[in-house]
Design a protein. Structure first.
Length: 120
């Protein structure tokens, strides 16, 4: 008999995928608010998908999700820093730096909570 995942693990994986899609949508909306710094290497939609995928992997109920959390924090910080400094009414640099750091830390902490909640 093959080893089949339990319904609880499937539900947790689906929750991680849906929350990753939500973060991708939130990030895409934020990236589209920028009026400056639009000459990125990747289109805004692809950047948002990458952050959403990293969030979904970091929220997965598996032991290697900590590696995805380590990868999630840096691009999230720089994406939101470009958002806060590129808005029509940009924040001062220090405030944008602090807010981008808070967004990155809070998204990482939320993914950690989702991952540990599903395994507990």
């Amino acid at each position: 008999m093959p080893n089949r995942p339990s319904p609880e693990r499937l539900k947790a994986a689906l929750f991680a995928a849906i929350s990753g899609a939500g973060v991708a949508g939130f990030t895409y909306g934020a990236l589209e608010l920028r009026i400056t710094d639009r000459d990125d290497l990747l289109p805004s939609s692809l950047e948002a998908i990458i952050v959403g995928l990293a969030f979904a992997l970091a929220s997965a109920p598996v032991s290697w999700a900590i590696a995805a959390r380590a990868v999630l924090i840096v691009p999230t910080f720089f994406l939101y820093l470009s958002v806060f400094l590129g808005k029509p009414a940009p924040l001062p640099f220090f405030a944008g730096f602090v807010m981008a750091g808070l967004y990155a830390l809070l998204l990482t902490a939320l993914s950690s909570y989702f991952s540990e909640r599903a395994r507990g």
